[in-house]
Design a protein around this ligand. Structure first.
Ligand SMILES: Cc1cc2nc3c(=O)[nH]c(=O)nc-3n(C[C@H](O)[C@H](O)[C@H](O)COP(=O)(O)O)c2cc1C
Ligand code: SF4
Length: 712
């Protein structure tokens, strides 16, 4: 066997469904369906790619059993009518062609049914909804707030809830059963009942939202009655052999009196007794708290829910599926130890649909890593189609085959070895072009190296892309600056400029002082390669950095991240001017290293470039570590030991020993101007065209390569 995953890659079984391995693609809403609930080619091609990539089982995204009622996204797959059958059949056929199985996640979103709110339809709940205060408004930008307000019912009145009677419950149970029978007729291998994540079935399971005094409320057996009746009705409608999976929450974070592990374990037992074939163990976090989403279901802590799956596994004899940022090697050991039976992955399969196939082939090092930037799920938050920051083919599988070999190879020069440049070089080389990649620094990565220092997952991407560049026939030249002369010598057909942004600090009074660093200087300081920045340091610090640089230690991001916990040339009390992506990630890095950080942001919002969910997490972490954040700050002035500014018309003064100006990133088109007179076609991608950081650079690379593919 050429791989290291004998248990994870061994065949498995859920009820009568035989699976080629233990890898499950977790349900993920995409917004790829048509607005009328039909499957689109985009949606089908996206799932087909994950089936081709080798997963044993795909769980279709949250789908509305009673469509349009109960939908949480504007583009939700419908199961409520036979008119949906042709598209659903096409989907299951295409998935089956690649040896994967697929189950439909049937749901009613209950109090989270945004589409019912937007359309003014009444929304079923077990008990009257308790008012709750949200801190989300501290995180959202003005545009985002406007977007959410727009979705609050046609007359702006908000959701119209009604307390369900037993008759209402019976109608929905029946709706689930009919939808399951339809899924069976459409060729699905089973269904997953979504009884988690704050949706309707979970609203009954949760003692917080279910305060009924009839036989659907109170003890766990009563709270689970709706779910148990649904399982029984689905079983009756689909026969003995149709697998029924149930997704449960093992915890409701930040909900006092919500579901706890003991409830989940008891409910799992009841589900098993009612005829369920597997339990998929997830969790939920109260979305009124901006941080909660990264606690659950999109757990930030690696393997954060494994102990929940273990507890359920001990209580039932049907298979248990674990989920939540679990690495394949961790799952391998856990499955071997009998802690759970299947590994569900969400984000990792958005980033690299071929992950399972690569594990089988012993090529785990070539897996494109998720960088936990939360862009995918933030798209769903704002009702947009899902995408992936590191893989812009996700959701465009129907569009074109970017890796198709070209019949007309061209000479391509990519200037700049950041993520956009590397991705562009990789795609062009895969297509068979003659590719050169020039980078002025000694290492690939560009500003993503500093992003990698600040946020470790970013480094995995730099590492992955650099590995791909080295593995392909790409003529890589480091420490090479592009000039008219060396470009003329290469005589390329196309020049792709991926040279990044210019980072010169705006004119803030006092910025010329020795204790003030701009973005480029700071980067040079941390990597020890910027003379101007080093010259500002005291002699001893300079010496340490020279030694670090001479010994090559400062080239290793991972090591640098570790060493910087012991020492770095940043003093105790730091003011960061600029609360955008760069300033926030830098602050996160500094507070983790016990620096006292104050952020002064001239604009009205922090980190608008960060995806909502990641932004919420960073802001929460910063505040929890004691960082002070001020926005809408005016009249900033840097003194010798202080920074003065005005806030809401009031003048303030802060003591500090170092100031970092994380403002002023501008697209840099200087090279474009120099080169546009030559024979080659010149293109720009990434921050030198439009500041868009890793996500923008990767997207630009893909779009340019696609355009060139169509033209060549
Ligand atoms: C973009 C996105 C959409 C999601 N939509 C759903 C959904 O429709 N139904 C569901 O049960 N969970 C949904 N989830 C949660 C995932 O199924 C999974 O539990 C979670 O992402 C944790 O797994 P991971 O760390 O492997 O990504 C979604 C997650 C993401 C990233
Ligand atoms: S968008 Fe970010 S978090 Fe989501 S799958 Fe892609 S890399 Fe991971």
């Amino acid at each position: 066997m050429s791989h290291h995953y004998p248990h994870l890659l061994s065949p498995g079984r859920i009820g009568g469904m035989a699976l080629r391995n233990r890898i499950v693609m977790a349900a993920m809403g995409t917004n790829f369906a048509a607005a009328d609930g039909h499957c689109t080619e985009r949606l089908i091609a996206y799932y087909e790619a994950r089936a081709r990539g080798g997963a044993g089982l795909l769980v279709l995204e949250t789908s509305a059993a009673l469509w349009p009622s109960g939908a949480s996204m504007p583009n939700t797959v419908g199961f409520s009518d036979d008119r949906f059958l042709p598209g659903l059949r096409e989907l299951t056929n295409r998935v089956h062609q690649h040896g994967a199985k697929i189950v439909a996640q049937l749901n009613h979103s209950g109090k989270m049914a945004q589409e019912d709110t937007a359309a003014g339809r009444p929304i079923p709940v077990p008990s009257p909804i308790k008012p709750s205060r949200s801190d989300m408004f501290n995180v959202l930008t003005g545009d985002e707030i406007a977007h959410f307000i727009k979705g609050a019912a046609p007359d702006g009145s908000g959701p119209n809830y009604y307390e369900m009677t037993p008759e209402h419950i019976a109608i929905i149970v029946n709706g689930f059963a009919e939808a399951a029978a339809r899924a069976q007729r459409a060729g699905f291998d089973g269904i997953e009942l979504h009884a988690g994540h704050g949706y309707l079935l979970a609203n009954f399971l949760s003692p917080y939202t279910n305060r009924r005094s009839d036989h659907y409320g109170g003890a766990v057996e009563n709270r689970a009655r709706f779910l148990v009746e649904t399982i029984a009705a689905v079983r009756a409608a689909t026969g003995a052999d149709f697998p029924i999976l149930v997704r449960l929450d093992a915890n409701e974070y930040r909900i006092e009196g919500g579901i706890r592990l003991a409830d989940c374990v008891a409910t799992a037992r009841l589900c098993e007794r009612a005829g369920a074939d597997a339990i998929d163990v997830s969790a939920y976090g109260n979305v009124a708290h901006s941080i909660a989403f990264t606690e659950a279901p999109l757990v930030h802590e690696p393997g954060g829910f494994i102990s929940f799956a273990e507890a359920v596994k001990h209580a039932v004899s049907i298979p248990v599926i674990a989920v939540g940022r679990i690495e394949p090697d961790v799952a391998e050991r856990a499955i071997a130890a009998g802690d759970f039976d299947f590994l569900a992955m969400g984000r990792k399969l958005l980033a690299d649909p071929d992950l399972p196939k690569k594990l089988v082939a012993g090529q785990e090092k070539s897996v494109l890593p998720c960088i936990y930037c939360y862009i995918c799920v933030s798209q769903i938050f704002i009702n947009k189609p899902v995408c992936c920051a590191v893989n812009h083919n996700t959701g465009r599988e129907h569009d074109s085959d970017l890796l198709a070999r070209t019949g007309a190879p061209k000479t391509m020069l990519v200037v700049g070895g950041g993520p956009g440049g590397m991705e562009c070089a990789r795609l062009l080389a895969e297509q068979g072009h003659r590719v050169s990649l020039w980078e002025k620094d000694a290492d690939l990565g560009g500003t993503a190296r500093i992003a990698g220092l600040a946020y470790a997952p970013n480094e995995t991407l730099v590492h992955h892309l650099a590995g791909a560049v080295h593995a392909l026939p790409i003529a890589l030249k480091l420490r090479t600056t592009a000039t008219r002369e060396n470009i003329a010598a290469l005589d390329p057909d196309h020049i792709i400029l991926a040279t990044g942004a210019r980072r010169s600090a705006p004119d803030i009074p006092g910025k010329a002082q020795r204790h003030v660093f701009d973005g480029d200087e700071l980067r040079g300081l941390l990597f020890g390669n910027n003379r101007a920045a080093l010259a500002k340091l005291p002699p001893l610090q300079r010496l340490v950095l020279h030694v670090g640089r001479w010994s090559q230690i400062l080239r290793n991001i991972r090591l640098l991240r570790l060493l910087s916990k012991l020492w770095m040339p940043i003093s105790r009390d730091v003011v960061i001017i600029g609360g955008g992506l760069v300033g926030l990630e830098l602050a996160e890095y500094l507070v983790e290293r016990k620096r006292n950080v104050t952020i002064l942001e001239p604009g009205a919002a922090f980190g608008p470039e960060l995806a909502i969910v990641r932004r919420a997490r960073v802001l929460h972490e910063l505040r929890a570590h004691g960082a002070v954040l001020h926005k809408s700050v005016e009249e900033i002035e840097i003194g010798a030991r202080t920074v003065r500014f005005s806030l809401g018309g009031e003048h303030q003064e802060l003591a500090c020993s170092q100031v970092i100006i994380a403002l002023g990133a501008q697209p840099d088109d200087s090279l474009l101007k120099q080169l546009s007179a030559g024979r080659a076609q010149v293109h720009q991608i990434g921050d030198c065209r439009r500041v868009g950081y890793i996500d923008g650079a990767m997207l630009d690379a893909r779009e340019l390569v696609q355009r060139l593919q169509q033209e060549c």
